[in-house]
Design a protein. Structure first.
Length: 247
C-alpha cells in the first residue's frame, strides 16, 4: 500500500500524518501455469450474454436485488455516498484498550508525522499518560471504518476495527459440565507452559519449508517433507491431562 497522507482531528487540533502499512504478506507467491506448456494463464473478463471479452472501461458496478436484476451505480454516485471524513482520522472518543476484544482488530498502520511536529509528540505523550486509546472514524480505500489510535515506542499506530455485525458466533454451542479435578489439572498444565511472549521466536514454518523446497528444486533435488509426529490419544480426559503434565 502506498503512503497515505491523512490528518488526526483532535478537538480543534489537526495533526498531519502519513499512514504507512506495517503488515506485510511474506507468503511465497506462485503463478498458475498451463500444465502442457508451463506458460502463465490469463484471466479474461467475458460476458456470456453478449459473447464478447469485456474491457475494464465497459464494466460498471451493480447490486442484484432479484435474480439477474441489478441496479447500477456509477463511480460518481458512489463517491457522493462517502462520509465527509474521507482522508481524516476523526476522533470521536477515548476508551480503555482493555475494553476492546482483540477479535475486533483488523489491520494496523503506523502514523508518522509529515514533518517534525510538537502536536504529534504531545498527542503521543497524552495517550501514554492517560492510558487510553483514541477511537476514530475514517475512510480507507473507499471503505468506512472505526479504528483505534494507540501509542507505541516508535510513535502511534492506527488499527482498523471490524464492525460488530461482521463477527458471529452463531451455531457455536458447548455447554458441558466441568469436573473440578480436571479443571485444576488443566490450569496446572497451562501454568506449566506459561512463558513471556516474544514474537521474534515464532516463524512461518510452512513458508520456510516452501523457500527451501524452491532452492532444492533449482538444484535438481527432490522435495523432502518432514514426517508428521504421531499424536497419542487418550480417551480418558483425566489420564490425558496427567500424561501431559508428566511430559
Amino acid at each position: 500500500m502506498p503512503n497515505i497522507h491523512s490528518t488526526i482531528s483532535f478537538g480543534l487540533v489537526n495533526i498531519p500524518v502519513v499512514m504507512n502499512s506495517i503488515i506485510y504478506d511474506n507468503d511465497v507467491s506462485f503463478h498458475q501455469l498451463h500444465k502442457k506448456c508451463l506458460r502463465r494463464i490469463k484471466y479474461i473478463k467475458y460476458c456470456p450474454h453478449c459473447k464478447v471479452d469485456v474491457k475494464q472501461m465497459d464494466i460498471v458496478k451493480g447490486f442484484e436485488y432479484e435474480k439477474e436484476k441489478h441496479i447500477v451505480f456509477s463511480k460518481q454516485e458512489l463517491d457522493r455516498l462517502k462520509p465527509e471524513n474521507d482522508g481524516v482520522l476523526d476522533i470521536v472518543s477515548f476508551v480503555s484498550l482493555k475494553e476492546i476484544d482483540p477479535i475486533y482488530f483488523e489491520k494496523s498502520y503506523f502514523l508518522a508525522p509529515e514533518k517534525k511536529s510538537k502536536a504529534y509528540s504531545l498527542f503521543c505523550k497524552a495517550l501514554e499518560k492517560s492510558n487510553l486509546v483514541a477511537l476514530c472514524k475514517t475512510v480507507l480505500h473507499s471503505k468506512f471504518y472505526y479504528a483505534i489510535i494507540r501509542p507505541v515506542s516508535e510513535g502511534i499506530v492506527l488499527t482498523t476495527l471490524f464492525f460488530d455485525e461482521e463477527i458471529s458466533f452463531e451455531g457455536i454451542k458447548n455447554k458441558v459440565k466441568v469436573d473440578t479435578k480436571e479443571l485444576n489439572l488443566a490450569v496446572k498444565l497451562i501454568l506449566q507452559m506459561k512463558e513471556k511472549f516474544d514474537p521474534t521466536l515464532y516463524k512461518d514454518e510452512y513458508q520456510n519449508n516452501v523457500s527451501k523446497a524452491i532452492g532444492a528444486k533449482l538444484k535438481g533435488e527432490k522435495v523432502k517433507g518432514k514426517r508428521k509426529k504421531n499424536t497419542l490419544k487418550a480417551n480418558d480426559l483425566m489420564k490425558a491431562l496427567e500424561k501431559s503434565l508428566k511430559s
